[in-house]
Write a new protein. Sequence first.
Length: 196
Amino acid sequence: MLSRIQYLVEGIFQSSSRLFHRLGLSPNSLTALGFLLWIAASLLYWGGLSGWEWGAVVWVLAVAGYFDVVDGAMARKYANVSKFGGVLDSVLDRLGEIAVYAGLAAGALISFWLAVWAMSASLMVSYVRARVAAEGVTLKGIGIAERPERLLILGFATLLWPLYHGFLFWGVLLVAVLSSVTVLDRVYRASGALSR
């Protein structure tokens, strides 16, 4: 859903990507840095968010999300888009999400079944898009829980966690439900496009 308005903020991230380009970093470097931050977030969740971990994970999620957007903007700006870069970005994005939900479950912040549901539904959103793209149909922007939406929900739920610990449960439940709806929506749209 948010990818439909990506053009509105693309310029902001492209301008900020100049700094990284001047420092000699490549889009793949930013992708790897973002992935390491998702691993750090997972470990912080695993720690249980007692004390300093909560503030740290909020910052880590924000910076990881920033790198998540800038690597693509940088690749497009400097015409450095490669097939491998796209594969690396996609693989590390999925591994990062797996790590975060595993950390939430390991830290007993959410139940195991909810972590598995949210993680599985999130992975299926991306899988359906990739599988349908192999048949020549584009599904970018289709659905209400693409990666940016899922990460925003998780970020806000984490930010509000000190006010009410149940926010993480409800946030991850929302991710799971909306991701499941997105999978069904994409399969439905694919069936219409590929049945013609």
